[in-house]
Design a protein around this ligand. Structure first.
Ligand SMILES: C[S@@+](CC[C@H](N)C(=O)[O-])C[C@H]1O[C@@H](n2cnc3c(N)ncnc32)[C@H](O)[C@@H]1O
Ligand code: SF4
Length: 377
């Protein structure tokens, strides 16, 4: 395993659309959590010694930028003392623009973070307000400038589309403003109404209008075209990179390679055999108690058989522009994908293209991905 994920399940304020495992945290809770994570790192390495150097480290959340530069530094020092880290490792931290200062960003950079992923979401104040964000468009733009001033030359920006009452021209304006910030990487997420969120309740009450299928498709195509013209490679359904700036950490997930994940609510993948998924239950008091007793906190969630591994490989690979390699698939499973899934390939012949001996969806295929992929599951 050559990747490490650290989950920070705290936010300054919960956004009404988000169902990620996180809750509002006080400075005292954050301080305690950093100590628990440091314990987690040591115990895990004692019980499951890990030898190959880490190629990617990712602080995700929640909002990792609620932690100070000193706290991130202490976690990274502990990781460095416990694991080998490759010289050119990608070390990403997710940040909410409403939670960081120039000094803090400089501190992250000095601590070893070399990639920032900023949750911009929109550059339109009306939409930011609707999304319940804690920052304005000006603050989000200033945050990008501050990140550059702090020495970050690998920035990823998140933008949401398909927002209530968002038309094509307002999305185009958002994207133009985002591109003016010259990021290396952009993630574009269509707003989804997740069960249990305030947004989903408001939608059921008829208080929020949802983006219809045809407008969604127009918005997705517009984003794809504009990003292409701007020199970005559309390398995964929701992700775009300038040449050489794909997110190495997320590629580990899509390639179904191993990733060790620490922290309350985190999920690890062990690539031995057909693969195993482990998780740390999202229960902070159980997390605290087990660590204080010196116990391992992760539990086996799923052990894959051949069929399960095959399905997941197809599911993940078809999200990417690299697609599903026929040769690699045959090495793993003894037959080509079109031999094992003949009906799906026959019905989707128009959407599945063979490029460099890999199967991949065209743009329309990605647009219909949730529907099409069910034929392989
Ligand atoms: C962990 S957050 C990013 C960092 C930080 N917490 C923030 O919000 O600024 C990951 C990203 O998921 C996306 N996201 C979360 N909930 C979503 C939803 N319901 N629909 C679409 N995108 C969503 C947002 O774009 C967000 O930036
Ligand atoms: S979008 Fe980010 S800041 Fe908002 S609740 Fe989700 S993780 Fe927290």
């Amino acid at each position: 395993m050559s990747s490490l994920y650290l989950h920070i399940p705290f936010c300054f304020k919960k956004c009404p659309y988000c169902d990620f495992f996180s809750r509002v945290g006080s400075p005292e809770q954050l301080e305690e959590y950093v100590e628990l994570l440091n314990l987690d790192i040591r115990i895990l390495q004692q019980k499951f010694p890990h030898n190959s150097p880490l190629e990617t480290i990712f602080f995700g959340g929640g909002t990792p930028s609620l932690l100070s530069a000193e706290q991130i530094g202490s976690l990274l020092n502990n990781v460095k003392g416990t694991f080998d880290i490759a010289d050119n490792a990608e070390i990403t931290l997710e940040a909410n623009p409403g939670t960081v200062s120039l000094g803090q960003l400089k501190g992250y950079r000095q601590a070893g973070v070399n990639r920032l992923s900023l949750g911009i979401q929109s550059l339109n104040d009306k939409h930011l307000q609707l999304l319940g964000r804690i920052h304005t468009a000006d603050q989000a733009q200033d945050c990008v400038l501050a990140a550059r001033a702090a020495g970050f030359n690998n920035l990823s920006l998140d933008l949401m589309f398909a927002l209530p009452d968002q038309d094509l021209s307002s999305l185009e304006e958002d994207l133009s403003l985002l591109l003016e910030l010259r990021p290396e990487h952009i993630s574009l997420y269509g707003l989804s109404f997740e069960e249990g969120t305030e947004f989903s309740v408001r939608r059921q009450r008829g208080e929020l209008t949802t983006c219809g299928e045809s407008l969604y498709a127009d918005q997705y195509r517009l984003l794809h075209e504009r990003m292409n013209v701007a020199g970005f490679e559309h390398y995964e359904i929701s992700n775009f990179a300038r040449p050489g700036y794909r997110c190495r950490h997320n590629q580990v997930y899509w390639r179904r390679q191993g990733c060790l994940a620490l922290g309350c609510g985190a999920h690890s993948f062990v690539a031995d055999g057909w693969g195993e998924r482990w998780h740390v239950p999202p229960d902070m008091s159980a997390y605290r108690q087990k660590l204080q007793n010196g116990q391992v906190v992760c539990e086996l969630l799923e052990s894959f058989d051949r069929q399960g591994a095959m399905t997941e490989i197809v599911y993940l690979a078809l999200r990417t522009a690299d697609g599903l390699s026929r040769k690699r698939f045959r090495r793993q499973f003894g037959s080509f994908p079109e031999e094992l899934f003949p009906d799906a390939f026959r019905h989707q012949a128009e959407r599945l293209k063979l490029v460099d001996d890999s199967w991949r969806y065209d743009l329309q295929g990605w647009l219909l991905y949730d529907h099409l992929i069910s034929a392989f599951l």
